[in-house]
Structures are given as C-alpha cells and as structure tokens.
Ligand binder design. Structure first.
Ligand code: NDP
Ligand SMILES: O=C(O)C1=N[C@H](C(=O)O)C[C@H](O)C1
Length: 270
C-alpha cells in the first residue's frame, strides 16, 4: 500500500489528486497539506471532498515531519515547489512534481534534489500528451524540411503561467528532433517582428478562457497541406491519475530525475 501526501491539497489539482488516490488500487491518502496559516488546517477534508477518507483533516505544511507518507505530490506554484522539494530531501521522501512555470533556478533545484531522492517531474501527466510527444517527433523528422511549426494551447481563465508547461514540452520535443536549440527558435511574440516567418522557428500562441481543462495542438504546415496533432483533456482526473501512477511507480526507485515517459515506458518507442 502506497501512502501518499499531497501539497496544495485545496487547489484544483489537489482536489483531483484526492479523488485519484481514492480510485487507485493499493493506494491511501495519508496527508493533505495546506499552506501554513491556511484557515482550512484541521478541517475534515470530507467536508469539501466526499472521496477523502472520513477520518483525515487538512494538515498544515509545518506538520510534514510527523506525516506517515511514503511519497509526496506537488502541484502548487514554483515558490511552493522549491520549499516542498527541500523538505522532501530532508525527510528522504520521493516526490512527484507537476508544477509548471519553473525558471532556470527552479529547474536547477530539481536537478540537485534528484541527486538525493527519486523525483518524477512532468509538465503533463496524461497518457495522451506523453504519446503526442513521440508523435510530434515523428512528424518533425519525417515531414518535408520546409514545414512551418506552431504550438497552440488553451486553458481555463485561472491559469497564470503561459505558454503552458505542456506547450513548451511539445516545442522542446520538436526542437530536439530537428536538432535545434529550442530557446533560439522559440517565438512567443511576433508583434515587434515585421518579417515573414522563418523556417527555423517554433511559434507559440495562447488562449485563456472559461473552464477549459487543457488543449494543445502542434501544427506542421506547408503549401498545400497542414497536419495538426491535438490533445484535449476534459477532466483534471486524467492528470491526477497519472501523477498517482507515477507516485506508485517511484516505490524502490533510486535517486534520480524521471519523467512521465519513463513511467509509461514510452522512451523505448521513440
Ligand atoms: N503536470 C500536469 O499534468 C499539470 C500541472 N498543473 C500545474 O499544477 C499547478 C497547480 O495548478 P492548479 O491546481 O490548477 O492551481 P490552484 O491555484 O488551484 O492550486 C494551487 C495550490 O497550490 C498552493 N500554493 C500556492 N503557492 C504555494 C506556496 N508558496 N506554498 C504552498 N502552497 C502553495 C495553493 O494554496 P492556496 O490556495 O492557499 O493559495 C493551492 O492549494 C500549476 O502550476 C499548473 O500548471 C496543472 C494540471 C496538470
Ligand atoms: O494549469 C493547468 O490547468 C495545466 N497545466 C499544465 C501545463 O501548464 O501544461 C498541464 C495541463 O495542460 C493543465
């Protein structure tokens, strides 16, 4: 039985993770953390989420060292993730991280922490998106050289980072397949560029509206034809179930930085 501790337990993904723990086999939610000073601390989780164990209350993050979790899951914000990472290293607990919008320092902190504990980090825990990463690499290498490449993403109005972590992951996968330096070819804003699109360019566009869970399309277009590879998530439970699967996969893994493609065995297909 894997005992799971969740950070940001009151958030959208936190709540979906509580549902996913209840649905997974051989898995038990053992701690649901909220920020220090959160008014929710000590409130029975069952009051707001009926899939939570009846005897479990939200716990303040300061109680982390007393929790009985075997693995910790973080879908919060970069600042929170950094703190949680330090705590996990101190307690020698494996981590699953889904937080997006990380900067270079945050990524460096992940790499350092992974020298001490096993970590799965993915900007998308759905099976479909991880398979899409393989498909865009095939498209990038097999289609004609003179393809225009664009990545589009759409999310709910409350998402604060842009482009999404998944959009960047798709662009990075395409750049890798092309042998390009992603940062050199990524184009996030064309408003000041008064020239035609270059062939060595990955353009990004973003939509924020309503309650869209998460949609991504990679476009490969040339004269006379256009290939669009799209993924649409319709429930956060998809991401949450993937993260719980990753948490269970981490059992007995050595320290290291893994991703969802490792969990799903998709690297062998690439
Ligand atoms: N990898 C993937 O598959 C997916 C990744 N995500 C990513 O997960 C993250 C969370 O998304 P979502 O659940 O929609 O966001 P929410 O805003 O709904 O939830 C964020 C949670 O993080 C907590 N939090 C924020 N800052 C801190 C901090 N400094 N210390 C501790 N806790 C903190 C919030 O607490 P409080 O309420 O007190 O502010 C809240 O519980 C985002 O980065 C998103 O992009 C989302 C879906 C899928
Ligand atoms: O914030 C979200 O909601 C999501 N974030 C992730 C991202 O930034 O790619 C994954 C998913 O698309 C939902």
């Amino acid at each position: 039985m894997d005992r799971i501790g969740i950070f940001g337990a009151n958030g959208r993904m936190g709540q979906a993770l509580i549902d996913a723990c209840a649905q997974a086999k051989d898995c038990k939610l053992s701690a649901a953390f909220v920020r220090i000073a959160s008014p929710l601390a000590s409130t029975p989780i069952h009051h707001i989420n009926k899939s939570a164990p009846v005897d479990l209350s939200f716990a303040c993050e300061s109680a982390l060292q007393d929790c009985s979790a075997d693995v910790l899951i973080d879908f919060t914000l970069p600042e929170g993730m950094r703190t949680h990472l330090q705590q996990a290293v101190k307690l020698n607990l494996p981590m699953v991280i889904g937080t997006t919008g990380l900067n270079d320092d945050d990524k460096q902190a992940l790499t350092e922490a992974a020298k001490h504990i096993p970590i799965v980090f993915s900007r998308n825990y759905s099976v479909g998106v991880n398979l899409l990463l393989n498909l865009v690499q095939v498209a990038a290498t097999k289609l004609a050289e003179e393809m225009d490449i664009e990545v589009f993403e759409a999310h709910h109005r409350n998402k604060i980072d842009a482009p999404s972590g998944t959009a960047l992951m798709i662009g990075e996968a395409i750049a890798q397949a092309k042998g390009w330096d992603h940062d050199a070819v990524a184009r996030f804003d064309r408003t000041a560029i008064h020239e035609a699109k270059s062939q060595q360019e990955i353009g990004y566009s973003v939509l924020r509206a309503g309650d869209i869970v998460g949609e991504h399309t990679a476009y490969f277009a040339t004269m006379g034809e256009r290939l669009e590879i799209t993924h649409k998530a319709s429930s956060r439970l998809t991401f949450a179930a993937g993260a719980v699967r990753a948490a269970q996969w981490l059992r007995n893994k050595p320290a290291g930085l893994y991703d969802m493609q490792d969990v799903l065995g998709l690297k062998e297909l690439a």
